[in-house]
Design a protein around this ligand. Structure first.
Ligand code: HEM
Length: 390
């Protein structure tokens, strides 16, 4: 039963993980995907869409919430097969040795993926290198071994849950998961399943609120950013504050300028000049790769397509390289695809919920694009380069 739950759950985790990879538009530029030597594994099948605007909120919310909720199931599954894992002699034949090797990759891959994912969403960046690279390659190792395991074990798992099947008797040596010398029963099968179900249910309750947002955020006691993002128009979730990224007051003070480049032209705008351009409004959430989201916020600013027009690229605007004043860090710049630039809701936002952006939300100007991962909504933007090879 635990295996079958994992079959469904891990498949959803894998698909939503691949979608998260695709959401970065990894083919566009090195700055969008710095995974080394990815070769064929770096495939992508489509341009990440901008509609529905909550798409990344949904897919990544599922990825992170499900990953956490499956932990008790994974632990129970490993507990249930411990007698097999440590059976003696450890290797009986060549084919058995090959299977054991695949189990090493399966169990190691599962523990590695769950551990790195949970450490990341809990903001413990203790990885030797980039989390993305580790989680990306770990996923492929895990899923390869997972497919092999399922191919061999699915018939048995299905037989085990067939209604009316006879349960193996205690001491029956032909049934692998029956103890040869059973101790007195302390927990029934139903009790074991109920315990795991209750564990997953509690984890769901204390996690899902960070993706659903609104009042449910209060139940998300495991959310590393806390339940209360503070009052006022700028009172919604922040991943990295201006201070934590070393943004100086002088970087975003009166000396700040926006440079727009493209088509061989260059325009430099002050904040007042930017505010004097026609402004548009849209209601969009911030959806973080770490699984949390805000509810829709009302953004106001200049459409990206209108900024492309400033350098003569107004009809069918191309992709754009967005650069922040941020010095270093993985997401100081990002490339947005042409479909993202062309969407009427994609803005260089100057206001949110009727107020000027706070420094932590990217003052004086930040990107907001429907459906994009939070880190591609670059904050403290200082340069936009349209249509150049990047
Ligand atoms: C996170 C994913 C999984 C891990 C880490 C895992 C791990 C293991 C391990 C270590 C064993 C013992 C193998 C041996 O030494 O013979 C095992 C057995 C088994 N697994 Fe999985 N497994 C996973 C997913 C699944 C799934 C999705 C299914 C369902 C198709 C499944 C069905 C089985 C079955 C039927 C057995 C044999 C139990 C028996 O012999 O009675 N497992 N698993």
């Amino acid at each position: 039963m635990f295996g079958l739950i994992l079959l469904f759950g891990v498949t959803v985790l894998f698909v939503t993980g691949l979608l998260s990879y695709a959401a970065y538009n990894p083919d566009l530029a090195r700055t969008n995907d710095e995974t080394p030597d990815k070769g064929l594994l770096g495939f992508y099948l489509f341009s990440w869409p901008t509609s529905p605007y909550w798409i990344y909120r949904l897919t990544q919310g599922i990825h992170v919430t499900l990953g956490i909720v499956l932990v008790p199931v994974l632990l129970a599954k490993l507990w249930s097969v411990i007698p097999l894992l440590f059976s003696w002699p450890p290797v009986r034949s060549f084919s058995h040795a090959v299977e054991r090797l695949s189990l090493l990759l399966l169990v190691g891959g599962a523990l590695f993926e769950f551990a790195t994912g949970i450490l990341n969403v809990q903001l413990h960046y203790i990885f030797p290198g980039s989390f993305y690279t580790l989680h990306f390659y770990g996923a492929w190792v895990f899923i390869g071994a997972f497919v092999v395991h399922v191919a061999f074990r699915l018939p048995r798992a299905l037989r085990a849950v067939r209604p009316g099947r006879a349960l193996p008797a205690a001491g029956d040596r032909s049934a692998a998961l029956v103890s040869p010398r059973p101790a007195p029963v302390t927990l029934s099968r139903r009790g074991a399943v109920a315990l795991v179900g209750a564990g997953s249910g509690v984890l769901l309750l204390v996690t899902a609120g960070q993706s659903v947002g609104g009042r449910l955020r209060r139940t998300a006691v495991l959310a590393p950013h806390g339940q209360d993002p503070g009052p006022g128009p700028n009172g919604f979730q922040i991943n990295k504050t201006a201070a934590s990224l070393g943004i100086r007051t002088s970087d975003i003070g009166p000396g700040w300028r926006l440079t727009v480049l493209g088509g061989g032209r260059r325009t430099v705008l002050t904040l007042d000049a930017l505010r004097a351009l026609p402004q548009d409004e849209c209601a969009l959430p911030i959806a973080c790769v770490e699984g949390w989201s805000t509810t829709d916020q009302l953004w106001r600013g200049v459409r990206l397509a209108a900024l492309a027009e400033l350098v003569g690229l107004g009809t069918d605007p191309p992709h754009v390289l967005v650069e922040s004043v941020q010095r270093g860090g993985a997401f100081a710049s990002a490339v947005l695809r042409d479909n993202q630039v062309r969407d009427r809701r994609s803005l260089l936002a100057l206001w949110v919920n009727g107020a000027v952006l706070s420094p932590d939300h990217g003052y004086p100007a930040r990107i907001i694009v429907p459906g994009a991962p939070g880190v591609h909504n670059t904050k403290w933007v200082t340069r936009l380069t349209f249509g150049e090879r990047v």
